[in-house]
Design a protein around this ligand. Structure first.
Ligand code: MG
Length: 350
């Protein structure tokens, strides 16, 4: 009998196969009122002009350096909406709690959700609470869903793209990247995954490295205000490697990046070397990867660097037909193919 494995839910190649083979097989629906359908496997769907997304959070441990399951549950869903280029307007939160869970911790998590939702200026307006018997789950799971609405910012952004090149449709999608577009990363990679792994396993890097978990909707507004953004994605599970490969696959174009341009903190780099993990495959919770028409790349970079969350942003590469897949020029002058991770090198981080 075939059974689901941890790798099937790890955000990499195996999960992508599982979703295509089973979820899309049964749930695919391309009704006329759905602009971005399930089968696009984008960060959110768009139905009747409403951007809609959902995410379940199973992070272990529940409290970690830089955040907790509450801040994660709010920021994760806000960010999946924001990267569609729209304004998140409301969230739901559903709790599944194991019998015996500490009420103090429950309240700490709710306070953290409240604080994060106020920071993002996105209220939690509906929810659900279930308690299951001890042992049925581990401590607590939170699902958050959210909706977002289009504002003038997205229309202006698309107008700006069309000053430089052809652009179809009214949404920015993973499939919109074309030859010559630049790729920007909004900040250092791997902080979230390494902070949790280190804290969980006691490696000692957590004093230096904190999770980057943060709602990014305000930062995204600043980027859209400059305009020319064709695609955005938050590099969560599977990290930058997965995000760029999704762009490549859906946009049918190659991407070439420069290793020396990729922002990675020293502590993350040394932890990755010690543990044999590729920092490009680690999940982030406060970063955006942006595809942008080349004429606007420097302006967007400048605008990003003025924000707290985007101060370490870099242009890391560009889309080109001259390579297949994702290719990285290494610091020593070689070339390396960056593949979609099979699973997640650091499990249970979101
Ligand atoms: Mg996402």
């Amino acid at each position: 009998m075939k059974r689901i494995t941890l790798a099937d839910g790890a955000g990499g190649e195996k999960m992508s196969k599982l979703i295509k083979q089973y979820v899309l097989k049964h749930l695919k629906n391309n009704a006329k009122n759905i602009d971005v359908p399930l089968s696009a496997l984008d960060d959110s769907a768009v139905v009747n002009n409403i951007v809609f997304t959902t995410d379940s959070h199973t992070v272990k441990p529940l409290f970690f350096p830089g955040g907790d399951i509450g801040s994660l549950a709010v920021a994760g869903t806000v960010n999946d909406i924001a990267v569609m280029g729209v304004s998140p307007v409301a969230l739901s939160s559903a709790f599944v709690i194991e019998e015996g869970f500490s009420v103090d911790d429950y309240e700490k998590i709710l306070l953290s959700m409240s604080k994060t939702s106020r920071y993002a200026d996105v209220p939690i307006v509906t929810g659900d609470t279930k308690v299951v018997e001890s042992g049925a789950i581990e401590q607590l799971l939170i699902n958050t869903s959210g909706i977002g609405l289009r504002t003038k910012l997205l229309d202006e952004n698309i107008k700006e793209i069309r000053r430089y090149r052809k652009f179809d449709g009214k949404w920015i999608k993973d499939s919109s990247i074309r030859e010559g577009d630049k790729i920007i990363v909004s900040g250092s990679l791997g902080d979230h995954g390494i902070a949790i792994l280190s804290f969980r396993e006691g490696y000692g890097y957590e004093s230096e490295i904190k999770s980057d978990v943060k709602p990014l909707n305000k930062m995204v507004e600043k980027i859209l205000n400059v305009g020319g953004v064709v695609s955005m994605k938050d590099p969560t599970r599977g990290g930058l490697a997965n995000t760029l490969n999704e762009f490549v696959e859906k946009s049918n174009i190659g991407i070439i990046i420069g290793e020396e341009k990729i922002p990675i903190k020293e502590g993350v780099r040394s932890a990755c070397e010690l543990l044999g993990i590729d920092p490009l495959e680690i999940g982030n919770e406060g970063k955006v990867v942006i595809g942008i028409v080349k004429e606007k790349a420097d302006d967007v970079l400048k605008a990003l660097r003025k924000t707290r969350e985007g101060k370490d942003a870099e242009i890391i590469g560009e889309a080109t037909k001259n390579v297949k897949g994702v290719v990285m020029k290494t610091v020593v002058g070689g070339r390396r193919i960056v593949e979609t991770p099979i699973g997640d090198p650091v499990p249970r981080i979101c």
